[in-house]
Design a protein around this ligand. Sequence first.
Ligand code: CDP
Ligand code: CDP
Length: 224
Amino acid sequence: MTKPIQIAIDGPAAAGKSTIAKIVAEKLGYIYIDTGAMYRAITLKALQEGLNLASNEEVGELLKNTVIDLQPSENGQLVFLDQKNVTEDIRSQYVTKAVSEIAAHEAVREQMVHLQQQLAHGRGVVMDGRDIGTHVLPDAALKIFMSASVEERARRRFEENKKRNIDTPLEELQKEIAERDKLDSEREFAPLRKAEDAIFLDTTALTIEEAALAILKLTAERLK
Ligand code: CDP
Ligand code: CDP
């Protein structure tokens, strides 16, 4: 059997990264790691504990005493925060609005990157986030930078929220996505950007299946 590879998928919010990464991982029999879920989990805890979100030290210390665990399940990946299932809670607007501030802290990023590298070590993995190709897995055999127009991304999040009975207006979602993209792209430590050796994949006009197939084809080339 060919040696499994590491696949890094980065890009802005609601580009389709996690949906497509999950399908690709399943087809290849690789593990899938949603690094955004990890930043969301520590954000939830910081909010619950009433921390000063602007403090690099306070949030960094909190993460040292926190266990974040990702478990695959039939209904997708489950996220545990200190043994409690927080899979749904981390998707709330309350967490979404605060996550980019928390993710900008150097102390948080250092620990997260270390943890993510440990999870991926020596395995076939599909990992999605903002800094995977640039920082977490710089030697990944395949790097994808996935994007779509901000209008399409807001529309997708709107449809997704409807299924979860969350009724944030489309205009507000578009504003929140654009703001978060700006914070993620302009932060000092490991900002969102395309790695030089990443392949750009615009999913605006692609179905989920088409995008997954494009990545599977690229993977097959790397596995040759
Ligand atoms: O699913 P969505 O695109 O809304 O976001 P996510 O992937 O769950 O990521 C939530 C936030 O976590 C992002 O907006 C970033 O601020 C942060 N993040 C990061 O800084 N680095 C990563 N590797 C993954 C996420
Ligand atoms: O992980 P990321 O935030 O980049 O995006 P996602 O959570 O995977 O995708 C956001 C929503 O867009 C999901 O509900 C997907 O089903 C949907 N989607 C789509 O409709 N068409 C695509 N080509 C990709 C994703």
